[in-house]
Every structure is written in C-alpha cells, then in structure tokens.
Design a protein around this ligand. Structure first.
Ligand SMILES: Cc1ncc(COP(=O)(O)O)c(C=O)c1O
Length: 370
C-alpha cells in the first residue's frame, strides 16, 4: 500500500540529509574544541561571544572584532538590540518581514511601521517620507532572499536605503542570514560596513544547523558598551562550546564546503518551486526565487471568511500551510488582507517532486473553494 503524500510548507527547516551529513563533523568538532579550549569554553566568560569566532567574523566583514557580538542565534542578538532601544521606539520594517522579529519587537513596546517592498528592494520615496514624518529608532530589513517574499534587493536600492538612514540618523539593520544561500549560480555581493554602519546581523542556523543556535551582530564602536551591558544583564555568556565549534568549522574550511553543498542540494528544489508556482499560480508571487528558504503566495480567491476552511482542506489533503498575518506590520495588514490569503512557503527540506505535488494540491484546494 502506498503511503499518503504530505508536505509541510510551514516551518523553514534545513533538509534532514544536510543535518545528517553534519553529524560526524559536529561530533568531531565539538570534541576537538572542548579538548583544545578546555575550561575556557566550559566556564563563564566571553560575554559578547567567543573571542576567536569574533575575530574570524570581524576579518570576514573587515571590521574591528570589538564591534562583533556573537550570541545564541540571530533572533537573540536582534532581540538584545531591540531591548537596547528606548521602550516604545518606532521601527521601520518591510511590509512583510520575519514574523518572530516583529513579535519580539512588540514585546519591548516598539511600534512597527511597514514600508512597501518592490522587486528591487523597498519603496524609497515612501521610506524617505516615513523617515521625515516619524522619530525612527531603527530600520530592520532582510536584503538577501527576503523572508518571506524571497526578494533580493538590488545593490543600488540597498545603498540608497543606507544613504537615507544616514541622512536621518536612523540605525540601518541588515539581517543577512540568507546572503550565502543563493542557488542560481550567482553570488550575492558583500555589504561594506563603515564606522557609522550599517549594523549587520546574521545567523548560522540555516548555513550549519538550527540546533547549534549561533548568530551575530556588528554594531558601531560607540554602541558596543551599551549593548554589552544589556547582554550581561540578560544572559551573561552565550553557548561557548558551540561558538568554538563554529570557529573551528570555519577555520578548517569545512564551513565553505558545507555551504556549497547546501546550495547544490537546494538548487533543484528552488527550481521545482519556481516552476510549480509559475504554472499553478502565475502572477501570484512577485519574483522568481533565487535562494534562501521562502516564497510568498497570495491566494486571491481565498477571502477571510474562507481562510480557515482552506487551511483545513489543505491539511486534509496532506499540505501544511498557515496564514502569514504575523509577518505584517499593523499599517500593512488591512490592505494585504483585501488581496486574499497570504501564506509563506518553504522548500529546502523537500525533494522537487514533493514540492510540485504540494503546490498542485494547494491549487486544487483553492479551486474547489472558489
Ligand atoms: C530573517 C531571519 N533572521 C533570523 C532568523 C533566526 O535565526 P536564529 O535561528 O539564528 O535565531 C531567521 C530564521 O528563520 C530568519 O529567517
């Protein structure tokens, strides 16, 4: 008897086979660094991150390693940054963004203001207007393979955003955690960091493993003291054995090889997703996906009243999806809701044929409810 097909488009997890491939390297790596660094990684210390890893990240981004804060994941360092801002600050974000970052910002009472996305990046006129009319404490954007829209900013748009931020004295935070994960054979350019900024934040969750939980942030020199104080009062030191393992993984060049392996593994999955979306939902997603973990989909014929039924019917058919309303800042929700059900699809964990089957099932489910 054949097993019932199913796919869960909800959680952006790395492929199981990639994590399995990591097992011998991680086992060996953790043992090696605990023997090498001993109590230095088992004791309290290195509050702003394991020094050898900060040095490596500093030289990769060509900045003073004192500016590098390494923590327990991208989300943690972003959260610490939000915590470091005055409560109830205004933060400009993209019209659709990483939902957990938005939820976290709200925990500190911050107000989120959404700026429109275009296939090139953000709408610069609207951004300037928002910067003009509001006292803004930070802009947070995801310039490479944006979560959830998959948009890759052009270099021109990115630099214009930085220029406007600088003009208005707004800290510009670029979350670059998908920068290395490009699968169309091209490479994303690097972002130059000066003393002013931009602030960079990234994570090894998608390039190594979510379980190891490590991410970092590069802030201006003058901000290090303030942020370090917040860190020391929040969690003292981060997970040091993990950071020592990652430093060794990078130094031994296994990291670069692993990222290359991931890009090759995910390429056919991305191509299957693009092909399936183009044929089943032409025009319903803004750009061809070129990397990262996500693609957005707006189902025009699924209005609010049909939302729950659609999600349940998809589940019965074996396809896990959810409304992505948490990914939208308050000022963008209403307009987006009028356009139909907005969902986020993830693809790297699934074989191409499963992805094609899943998109087709979504189309059939949507058609049945039309
Ligand atoms: C844009 C973005 N930033 C940060 C993260 C979180 O990374 P971490 O697991 O290291 O907290 C993710 C994870 O999905 C993400 O999509």
């Amino acid at each position: 008897m054949s097993e019932k097909q199913s796919i869960n488009f909800l959680r952006g997890v790395p492929a199981e086979e990639a994590l399995s491939r990591l097992i011998p390297m991680a086992s060996e790596g953790y043992e090696k660094v605990i023997r090498r660094y001993g109590t230095d990684v088992l004791q309290y210390g290195h509050f702003t991150g394991f020094k050898p890893l900060r040095d490596l990240i500093g030289s990769f981004h060509r900045v003073d390693p004192e500016r590098v804060i390494v923590g327990n994941g991208g989300l943690e360092v972003i959260s610490l940054f939000f915590k470091s801002l005055p409560r109830e600050s205004n933060i400009i974000v993209e019209e659709a963004s990483y939902d957990r970052v938005l939820l976290d910002a709200k925990c500190y009472g911050h107000h989120l203001i959404g700026v429109k996305l275009t296939p090139e990046g953000i709408d610069l006129n609207q951004f300037r207007d928002l910067a003009n009319k509001n006292a803004v404490a930070a802009f947070y954007g995801i310039p490479f393979h944006q979560n959830p829209t998959g948009i890759n900013y052009t270099e021109e748009n990115r630099k214009d955003v930085e220029r406007i931020c600088r003009e208005y004295g707004i800290p510009c935070v670029w979350d670059i955690c998908y920068q290395a994960l490009r699968y169309d054979g091209k490479t994303n350019g690097s972002i130059e960091v000066s003393e002013w900024g931009p602030i960079l934040t990234s994570s090894f969750t998608k390039t190594i493993s979510p379980g190891t939980k490590c991410g970092y942030m590069i802030v201006p020199n003058h901000y290090v003291g303030h942020l370090s104080g917040i860190i020391a009062n929040t969690r003292i030191n981060p997970n040091l054995p993990t950071q020592a393992f990652i430093a060794d993984f990078i130094e031994s060049r296994r990291y670069d090889d692993f990222v290359k392996y991931l890009c090759n593994l995910y390429r056919p999955r991305m191509e299957a997703l693009n092909t399936a979306l183009n044929s089943q939902f032409p025009g319903a997603f803004p750009v061809a996906i070129s990397g990262g973990f996500f693609a957005p989909l707006t189902l025009e014929n699924i209005s609010s009243d049909k939302e729950a039924t659609f999600i349940e019917s998809a589940k019965q058919a074996g396809v896990g999806v959810a409304a992505a309303w948490d990914a939208l800042p308050p000022n963008c929700k209403e307009e987006k809701r009028k356009k139909g059900l907005f969902i986020r699809l993830t693809f790297p964990a699934y074989e191409p044929d499963k992805i094609e089957w899943g998109i087709l099932s979504l189309k059939e489910t949507a058609d049945r409810l039309a």
